[in-house]
Design a protein around this ligand. Structure first.
Ligand SMILES: *[C@@H]1O[C@H](CO)[C@@H](O)[C@H](O)[C@H]1NC(C)=O
Ligand SMILES: *[C@@H]1O[C@H](CO)[C@@H](O)[C@H](O)[C@H]1NC(C)=O
Ligand SMILES: *[C@@H]1O[C@H](CO)[C@@H](O)[C@H](O)[C@H]1NC(C)=O
Ligand SMILES: *[C@@H]1O[C@H](CO)[C@@H](O)[C@H](O)[C@H]1NC(C)=O
Length: 428
């Protein structure tokens, strides 16, 4: 009897332990916490993002402060907003502002050497030098935590010595891609074959899109776009480099996760950005009426949170906020925002520069390009997400994102028929 009693207690305690330790939610895995803690942490992050939203414009635009502070970033583990400080004597003045003083307990002032003004100047000069040296295979951005400009070189055989010497006065942080330094526990994939005889196929963010041009290239789907008034046409976004300018065979097919099938047609190109500017996105017009538009982002590998619901398409603006992506190759992964206004110099020759990039440490591989980039929107509904952009470039430990803000601004501005185009979100 005593033994049975003991066993029951042991079983109960094991069970409650395993409930406590469960990490199904992507944010539980990212932050190393249990599922039950996710709502509280997400609220804490949102609170810091809210404070950052008040503070950032003041530090950036108020001349009284922009030369005295060096930017902000979230530290979710310490639960404070780090305020990089060049001139500590200005801290009191900042804390005295009525908009800021209520949050003084959430701010941590870190002493640094470079102000926001200096960082902006350095970034501008370094990219000008990069342009003039015709740099290839590099990402350049401002990292707030390092209080410095980062030049990240992809693994190429290109000799960058002259460029590195030219930017030496700005003392940037130089990082070389190293495939060994980064590993990711791959989640066991779950097969989900799409039967092409199925009448209606649900197509979600993160699914694959295959372009048959140039021998075939696999990319991922970002999100659906629709018109608000003028037309019933529907579109799918992906990365611009998934379109082959040199080919007239560009046509896009649907490709599900964990499958080599790409027989289900989607449609042809409606718009490709690279011809018109330093952006990397493409808009495919959906010609197959059997594709069912979804405001969903795919996470099929998981036991829970398999379908994430897009409820909005807001901006993401805080350094070290969480950010996630879904793509056909490495599926759902999460990481942190490392920087904004990044510039990518492609590896190939001619006109291969992409600007206004969000830089992240999200894990991905090349077929994930085009995939949805998003963050979790609400502690009350851990399935709901806001979508922010599409993956355009991946390397070991880094990936760059073209923001939806940039994409929508560009298509609204450039293309008459796209003036009323919007992201397909829940309730729209
Ligand atoms: C800058 O500070 C001075 C005095 O410290 C103040 O009079 C002025 O309004 C401030 N400027 C701004 C833009 O807040
Ligand atoms: C923070 O603000 C409270 C009142 O809002 C004030 O009592 C406290 O002294 C302030 N702390 C600092 C470090 O400024
Ligand atoms: C930053 O510098 C100021 C003045 O030199 C000092 O009072 C403060 O403690 C320093 N802060 C940190 C986090 O080191
Ligand atoms: C790279 O270029 C520099 C200067 O042009 C040269 O001195 C150096 O030997 C080159 N390195 C390699 C590995 O080719």
């Amino acid at each position: 009897m005593r033994v049975i009693y003991f066993l029951i207690i042991l079983l109960i305690s094991l069970q409650s332990y395993s409930i406590y330790a469960q990490q199904n939610h992507p944010l539980a895995k990212l932050w190393g916490i249990s599922d039950t803690e996710v709502p509280e942490w997400l609220d804490a992050e949102k609170y810091l993002i809210m404070i950052d939203g008040i503070l950032r414009p003041i530090l950036e635009w108020d001349k009284n402060f922009s030369s005295s502070f060096g930017g902000t970033y979230i530290d979710i583990f310490k639960n404070w907003l780090v305020v990089n400080t060049v001139d500590y004597s200005k801290v009191e003045e900042l804390l005295a502002l009525p908009q800021i003083s209520p949050y003084n307990k959430s701010l941590y002032f870190e002493n640094v050497t470079d102000s926001i003004e200096q960082l902006k100047y350095s970034l501008q000069e370094i990219t000008l030098i990069a342009d003039s040296y015709d740099v290839r295979g590099a990402l350049i951005y401002t990292n707030m935590e390092l209080n410095n400009i980062v030049i990240y070189f992809f693994d190429t055989l290109i000799n960058h010595t002259e460029f590195i010497n030219a930017v030496e006065p700005f003392n940037p942080e130089i990082i070389y891609a190293s495939t060994q330094s980064f590993s990711q526990n791959m989640i066991r994939p779950r097969r989900r074959d799409v039967n092409s005889r199925d009448l209606v196929v649900k197509v979600s963010g993160g699914d694959g899109v295959y372009n048959e041009a140039g021998g075939g290239v696999m990319c991922s789907i970002g999100c659906w776009l629709k018109h608000q008034r003028t037309s019933d046409n529907l579109y799918i976004t992906t990365a611009g480099h998934c379109y082959d300018e040199g080919s007239d065979e560009n046509y896009f097919y649907y490709s599900p996760w964990n499958s080599n099938s790409h027989v289900l047609p989607i449609g042809s190109i409606q718009f490709e950005s690279r011809a018109d500017g330093f952006y990397d996105f493409a808009v495919i017009i959906v010609e197959n009426e059997n594709l069912d538009p979804q405001f969903i982002i795919r996470n099929d590998d998981a036991d829970q949170y398999r379908e994430l619901i897009i409820i909005n398409d807001g901006l993401i603006s805080s350094h070290y906020a969480h950010i996630c992506k879904s793509g056909v190759i490495t599926h759902l992964t999460c990481g942190y925002v490392l920087g904004f206004d990044g510039v990518f110099y492609g590896i190939e020759e001619n006109n291969n520069k992409v600007v206004e990039l969000i830089i992240t440490d999200l894990y991905g591989l090349s077929g994930d390009a085009g995939g949805s980039v998003f963050s979790f929107a609400s502690s009350e509904n851990l399935h709901s997400v806001g979508v922010h952009g599409i993956v355009v470039t991946v390397g070991p430990g880094i990936s760059a994102v073209q923001s939806l803000d940039t994409i929508l601004y560009f298509v609204h501005d450039k293309l008459g028929i796209f003036r009323d185009v919007m992201v397909y979100v829940e309730g729209s």
